[in-house]
Design a protein around this ligand. Structure first.
Ligand code: RUB
Length: 312
C-alpha cells in the first residue's frame, strides 16, 4: 500500500527528485496517487494510513518547507468529509490543485522577475533553481542580451544541470567553481537565486554557499534577488521554530578511504542568508521586501496555517 509513497520518498532522499519546487510537487502527487489507489476500508483507516503516508514523505528531506506545504495541502479540509470516497476524492483534488498552483507560480515568477533583468545584464546564479532559471530564460526569450555565470555547487554539482538548461535555451552561460564567486562578482550586475525556505523575518535558506554570494554581492553593491513561490514561506517559523539544516554523508564530499585517518567531514547542504543582504524576494504575488514576508505569510497563509495543523 505504501510502495509508491516510499518510492517517491526514496527518490527525494537520494536526490533523484531535487529542488524545493519539484520535491513539493512530487510529494503532493504521491499523496494524490496514494488516495486514488487506496484499496478500501473505513474512513478512519484511510485517515490513519494517509497520515502515515504523509510522515513517510516528510521524513525524506528536512529543510525545504515546500515539501511540508505541498504534502499538507493535500489533507486540507479533511475534517469536512463524511465518507471514504469523499475523502479520497478530496485528497486527489487537493494534490492536483497544489501541483497546478505550484507550476503556475513558477511561470508567473518568470514573467515578473524578467522585468528586473535589463539589456546587457550579467547575472550570477547558484545551484539549480527552477524559479531563478525561469526568470533568466524568460528575459532571454524576450530578446534581452544577457550573460550568466553559474556556480558548480559542490558536492552535487547541480550547476552542471543549470549550464545545460541555460545553454539549451540559447543563453550565454559560463560555469565557475564555487570559490570563484567573489572574484567574478566584479563583473556581475545582479544575482538571482532560489529558496528552499523563507522565514517569517525574511531570511532565506537555500543551497550551501548562497550566503557567500550574498556577502560578496553586498560588498560590491550588486543587487541580490531571491526567486521563490510563497509556499516556501515557513509558517512554523512564525511560531518560533528553527529551520533544520540538512547534513548529508561524508561520501558526497570525499572518499573516506582516501582521507587521512581521523579526518572528519562536515557536509551541511543549505545555509541561511539574513534579510539584510536581500534586495528583493520575487514571488508569484509580486516583488516583496524581506521585511514584508511576515505580513504576506499571515495574510496569505494565515487561514491555512490553522487548518494545516488539523490533520484529522
Ligand atoms: C536545490 C536548491 C535550489 C532550491 C530552489 O537544492 O537549493 O536553489 O531548492 O529550487 P537541492 P526551485 O539540489 O539539494 O535540492 O526554484 O527549483 O524550487
Amino acid at each position: 500500500m505504501f510502495d509508491t509513497v516510499r518510492g517517491t520518498a526514496s527518490d527525494i532522499r537520494e536526490m533523484k527528485i531535487r529542488g524545493a519546487g519539484r520535491i513539493a510537487r512530487a510529494g503532493a502527487s504521491a499523496m494524490g496517487r496514494f488516495a486514488e489507489n487506496y484499496p478500501g476500508g473505513s474512513l478512519e483507516e484511510f485517515r490513519t494510513d494517509l497520515d502515515k503516508a504523509r510522515k513517510i514523505l516528510l521524513e525524506s528531506r528536512p529543510t525545504a518547507v515546500s515539501l511540508w506545504n505541498g504534502v499538507q495541502a493535500c489533507i486540507r479540509d479533511m475534517k469536512t468529509v463524511g465518507s471514504l470516497e469523499e475523502a479520497k476524492a478530496l485528497v486527489v483534488r487537493n494534490a492536483e490543485a497544489f501541483v497546478e498552483m505550484s507550476s503556475n507560480a513558477v511561470e508567473t515568477i518568470a514573467k515578473i522577475g524578467s522585468k528586473r533583468v535589463q539589456e546587457g545584464d550579467t547575472i550570477l546564479t547558484h545551484c539549480n533553481s527552477s524559479a531563478a532559471l525561469g526568470i533568466i530564460k524568460e528575459a532571454h526569450a524576450q530578446g534581452k542580451d544577457i550573460r550568466v555565470y553559474a556556480t558548480e555547487s559542490r558536492p552535487w554539482r547541480q550547476g552542471l544541470l543549470t549550464v545545460k538548461e541555460l545553454s539549451e535555451a540559447g543563453v550565454d552561460v559560463t560555469l565557475i567553481i564555487d570559490g570563484a564567486v567573489r572574484s567574478v562578482m566584479k563583473k556581475v550586475d545582479k544575482v538571482f537565486v532560489g529558496a528552499d525556505t523563507v522565514t517569517s523575518n525574511g531570511a532565506v535558506i537555500n543551497k550551501i554557499g548562497t550566503s557567500q554570494l550574498a556577502l560578496a554581492a553586498n560588498e560590491r553593491r550588486v543587487q541580490f534577488n531571491v526567486c521563490t513561490e510563497t509556499y516556501k514561506f515557513s509558517p512554523m517559523t512564525l511560531f518560533g521554530e528553527m529551520v533544520e539544516i540538512e547534513e548529508r554523508g561524508c561520501g558526497e564530499v570525499a572518499d573516506a578511504e582516501t582521507l587521512p585517518k581521523g579526518v572528519k567531514v562536515y557536509n551541511p547542504v543549505f545555509d541561511t542568508t539574513p534579510a539584510r543582504y536581500i534586495d528583493a524576494i520575487i514571488t508569484e504575488l509580486g516583488i516583496l521586501s524581506p521585511g514584508s514576508v511576515y505580513d504576506v505569510m499571515v495574510r496569505q497563509l494565515g487561514d491555512s496555517i490553522i487548518r494545516m495543523g488539523d490533520i484529522q
